[in-house]
Write a protein that binds this ligand. Sequence first.
Ligand code: 6PG
Length: 247
Amino acid sequence: MRTKKTRNVIIAETEEAMAAEGARLFAEIVASGVAANTMCAVALSGGSTPRKMHALLGQEPYCSGIPWSRVHLYWGDERCVPADSRWSNYGRAREDFLDYIAIPIENIHPMPGEVPPDEGALRYGKEIPEVFDLILLGMGTDGHTASLFPGHSALEERRKTVVPVEGGNPDIPRLTITFPVIERARNVLFLVSGREKAEPVKSVLKDHDLRLPAARGFPSEGRLIWIMDREAASLLPEEVINDQEHH
Ligand code: 6PG
């Protein structure tokens, strides 16, 4: 039986406003994580939605306002490709902001996409922290999040923290964190934009359809926030667009 869960739903007027709100919350969560534990650990998501937010993190005020030397950056999922591949989430993040911020190279922990997936999953499972201060997630039009795809056996993994999977777009081998990692996070922040996500957003936030992996991305104790633009929220009834309780 799932205990009562609360989601904070923030609707931004545009994709740009969503990215700005995401960057603001990123900085806020990092600041409180650093204040509490000196260092803080963040798992970035891939895909295209977070790229505008990433670009903002590489500009003022975040470029010098975030204590990057106290931040460790990881990924929630990665395609098993070299870093210079157009499909690499790490490669995109480097282009978008990592190359512009003063973060020590040892604080950046890309998923090992260039080794056999089983080996990469085992290695990365040992590298990630027990508890993330922040896990950023997106959602596909099929309701997947990270690389946890509907109906995949990885959804039921309760022991391993990182597993190899196949699927997605592009349909190639990937590594993904599992639900136990998401459930332990202090903060989980979904960024979802575009009308093509309105249907899965409704399925998750209104219908609570647990067949969609994104509906299961809940921290057990931590804070869950969904930031969307109006387009992605366009099928949500008004009563959902506030803090909502989820059973
Ligand atoms: C990935 C992402 C993935 C992404 C969703 C949404 O590696 O593909 O981590 O989970 O968040 O597929 O992708 P878009 O933001 O491109 O719509």
